[in-house]
Design a protein around this ligand. Sequence first.
Ligand code: ADP
Ligand code: MG
Length: 268
Amino acid sequence: MTTADAAIRVTGLEKSFKDVHVLRGVDFDVAPGSIFALLGSNGAGKTTVVRILATLLRPDAGTAGVHGFDIATQAQQVRESISLTGQFAAVDEILTGRENLMLIAQLHHLKDPGGIADDLLARFSLTEAGGRRAGTYSGGMRRRLDIAMSLIGNPPVIFLDEPTTGLDPQARIEVWQTVKQLAAAGTTVLLTTQYLDEAEQLADRIAILHQGRIIVNGTLAELKQLLPAAKVEYVEKQPSLEEVFLALVGDDTGSGAGDTERAAAQDK
Ligand SMILES: Nc1ncnc2c1ncn2[C@@H]1O[C@H](COP(=O)(O)OP(=O)(O)O)[C@@H](O)[C@H]1O
Ligand SMILES: [Mg+2]
């Protein structure tokens, strides 16, 4: 992928908060229409990256382009090209699902807010629930409504910051299906997650953000190749993403086993 083709291009991003150097030179590209997972532990700096790309926060150094626009010099065009859905949903509980969608369509000055709402309700399997107050929705329905709301205006790039944190397993699967549909329809998705299974399920590429840098970036298959397959009584076992992650990142809270010891342990 050349830089001109990338839907998101991030080069050398640095950001400190007071004396905490959160981002120390972050680089990655995201191909149009793909799902890119930025994977990292709590506090790794995932939200900081997303806020910089969404022009809500200025980097100390580095550049980024979103949908061909520079975040520093073309912030307005960047904002018109994206939507950002955070962990804390923008859904109004008093309104019905349909009213929530219509409200956003009206805020965008779009024609036929009712038609737009009905299309999105159908697309997100919320048609039956559309007439009910959002306050009565399950966590998964609410998050789906939130993502549907963020799609009004057809942004080519969508940022999902920990889209399933706090959801139960069934709701997570519903949101995953929604995200897959988005990318299948051509939207570029940058999602952050601290869940390995989420990255494994959804992402075309996975980048691990650790100690301020992207320490690996590749497809799931490429990441798995970073560890040798463990041989146990002639049965070859492929490493899981979790094993790859722990071997690369180390276990901050754990026994103090180093990366090499961990990698070596996979061979036993
Ligand atoms: N506005 C802020 N002021 C001070 N520190 C911040 C601010 N935003 C984030 N941080 C710190 O930066 C680090 C990364 O935060 P964040 O990007 O939210 O991580 P993540 O989303 O990966 O959990 C954390 O240590 C956090 O406390
Ligand atoms: Mg965060």
